[in-house]
Structure formats: C-alpha cells, structure tokens
Design a protein around this ligand. Structure first.
Ligand SMILES: *Cc1c(COP(=O)(O)O)cnc(C)c1O
Length: 362
C-alpha cells in the first residue's frame, strides 16, 4: 500500500530515493532474518558491523578514496564539525584560513573565533550579499588549513572547481553537495557533511579524514570531541546513529548500483539544473539570485517580482504537490533544492507549474 509522493524540493532534511525507502520498508520489521529491525539490534552485532563497514567501503569506491583516509560517522551534524575542526586541527602558533561564502561559512568561522584561534578570513563575498564564489585570494603559507564551503545551501552558490593550494590541507563543508559529482579527495585534510541533505536522514555527519591529521589532535581534549577516538573505534566509541548510517548505506548502494556512480550522477544533476536555469534566464518574471559561474547545481534560488507573489507561488505550488519551495527564512525568496534524489520528472513538473503561474499572475 502506497500513499502519495510529492515532488520534494526541501533543502534539508530532504528527499530520499524512493527505492531506498521501499527497501527500508521491505526489511524493516525483520532485518535479514534477525527477527529484529536494524534499530533494535546491538551496534556491536555482526548485522550492524556489516552495515557501517559497507557504508564506508561504498563511499571509498564512489569517491575513489585512498587508503590514507578514514571514513567516520559523528553525531552532532555539520555544526559540531565547525567546532571540532579548529579544536583538533589548528596547529599551535599557525593561523587557520577561511573563505566566507555565506551563513554556514560564517558559522564555521565563529566557532574558530570562540576558541581564540588566529582566524584569517582570506576572501569573502559578503559585500555582494554572498551571491558569488570568490576566486581571487592568497592563502597564508604557514596556515594550519584552508576551510571553505563547497555549496552554499542558502544563497544557491557552489564552487565549480575547488581552490588549489600547495602545502596547506583543504577542509571542506560539503553538506549540501557531497556525492553529487566526482572530485579528487587527495588535497583534502578533512571533508564533512551533515547527512540530511544529499546522503540520508539527519542524525550524523559523515567525515572523511586524512590519517596524518590525527597527529594534530591535542591529547587533552574531551574523548568525544577528538577525531582520534572515532578513528580508533571505527566510529563506535559509543552508540552511533544506527538508523541513519543504515539508510546512508542504502543510498550509497543506490548511487553505485542504480545510478551507476558519480560521473553519471553528475551528468543527471547538471541536466536538472540546466533545465531550471535556462527557464529562469529566458523569463522576465523569475530572476535568479546567484551570479553566473557561481550557480549551484543543488539549490536553485530565485525571486519573483514581489514578496506577495512569492508567498502565493509557494502556497499554490504546494497545492499541486510541489513542496519545499520557500527560500531560507534568513533570505526570503524561493529555492528549489534538487539534490541527487530529486528526479528530472520533478524538475519538469516545476517548470510546468512556473510557466502556468506566470501566465496566470504575471
Ligand atoms: C545544513 C547545512 C549545515 C548545518 O548542518 P547540521 O547538520 O544541521 O548542523 C552546515 N553546512 C551546510 C553547507 C549546510 O547546508
């Protein structure tokens, strides 16, 4: 028995692939003959051990990650990573560099400042309301790391190519575009992502850390705030977010086996975004807010002529099962989040509605 499914443009928590939801339903009550659901078995059991190991192995294959990296699952979301990164990885007497491209970068910077680190914001797009990705910056040579946000969920901007820096490890918040496209992992010291945008339900961050980063972790940090604790205990010093990790493993299986890997996923994401941006560009009613060349393939942000029309647009869309189109409360406007799990059929349905709405209200 199947209820209705809407076209889901939520920014996070966000859409999950329908085959994943169906697989969860299928095996939920009796997981692999255990007579228990995956939320009822011990995290020390073979059942869950297989789940967490499979999730890690699939991420490694999808991103072609080398043996010198570990894949971790840490509760507290991306927001706890804002704090753990400077706490664990800032080197004594060396500055930490940040690029500020919006709300999430700003929050990451604040957490480093709270801890009294020598924070250098080496580039920012704040003067133009974070509508673009800065390309002109100089990284301090002796920096501990360079932190940036690959996709700015709220402003709808995204790095097309990542910064290239010699000798300074990159650290990236990839919460809203991880596994949306292939990229080279080697220049990164650490990559993190709250799961609830592109890879699963809320409840954990996925952290990919280069092993040599462990040498930086101060010995006197609380146990649960040290990366080394998670590295040494396969993310299970304490009880991890079992259901979230289980769902992530199914999403990764879907990416590998149904989609066919990240090259193919990137191609699909590219065409979904293209359809929307092309439509917005030829319109004199809808107006994109991100600069050309910095536009996000994941979060398409746009405005209508008035705020009243924007409210009506969001409300009328919901009536025809197009959900989640309201912009972030901090910026207003409209936003269509088109993560991996949002199909091209949903994008077509949205464009059809936008056409009809403009005809009616424009
Ligand atoms: C949503 C989001 C966050 C916050 O994630 P939490 O898991 O809720 O802490 C951080 N960074 C980016 C880019 C996001 O999109």
């Amino acid at each position: 028995m199947m209820g209705k499914r809407i076209h889901n443009f939520n920014a996070g928590p966000a859409a999950l692939p329908l085959p994943v939801l169906e697989e969860i339903r299928e095996e939920f009550v009796d997981y692999k003959g255990s007579g228990m659901s995956i939320t009822e078995v011990s995290h020390r059991s073979k059942w869950f051990d297989d789940v967490i190991n499979e999730a890690g192995e699939r991420v490694r294959r999808l991103l072609n990650i080398g043996d010198d990296f570990k894949v971790l699952f840490i509760q507290g979301g991306a927001s706890l990573q804002f704090c753990m990164i400077p706490m664990n990885l800032a080197l004594v007497g060396k500055p930490v560099c940040y690029i500020n491209t919006g709300t999430w970068s700003t929050k990451a910077i604040k957490e480093a400042e709270i801890q009294g680190k020598d924070v250098r914001v080496i580039a920012s797009s704040e003067e133009k309301d974070f509508s673009y990705i800065p390309t002109d910056f100089q990284v301090t040579e002796e920096a501990s790391y360079l932190h940036f946000t690959s996709n700015n969920t709220i402003k709808g901007t995204q790095w097309e190519a990542f910064p290239k820096v010699d000798g300074v490890p990159l650290i990236c918040d990839m919460s809203s575009d991880i596994l949306s496209r292939p990229f080279e992992v080697a220049p990164f010291g650490l990559i993190y992502a709250g799961a609830q945008k592109n890879i699963g339900p809320s409840g954990t961050a996925m952290v990919i850390i280069r092993e040599d980063m462990a040498e930086r972790v101060p010995k006197d940090l609380p146990t649960m705030l040290k990366y080394t604790t998670f590295m040494e205990k396969n993310s299970m010093f304490n009880t991890p977010s079992c259901f979230t990790i289980y769902t992530i493993s199914l999403v990764l299986k879907w990416l590998e086996e149904t989609i066919g890997g990240l090259e193919e996923m990137a191609r699909i994401n590219q065409s979904k975004a293209q359809i929307l941006y092309d439509f917005i560009d030829q319109s004199d009613f809808y107006r994109g807010t991100a600069a050309q060349g910095s536009r996000s393939l994941m979060n398409v942000t746009f405005r209508l002529p008035t705020e009243d029309l924007e409210s009506k647009f969001v409300a009328d869309a919901a009536k025809v099962d197009l959900g989640g189109l309201k912009g972030h409360r901090s910026v207003g406007g409209c936003r269509a989040s088109i993560y991996n799990a949002t199909g091209i059929d949903s994008v077509h349905a949205l464009v059809e509605f936008m056409t009809e709405f403009k005809k009616r209200e424009g």
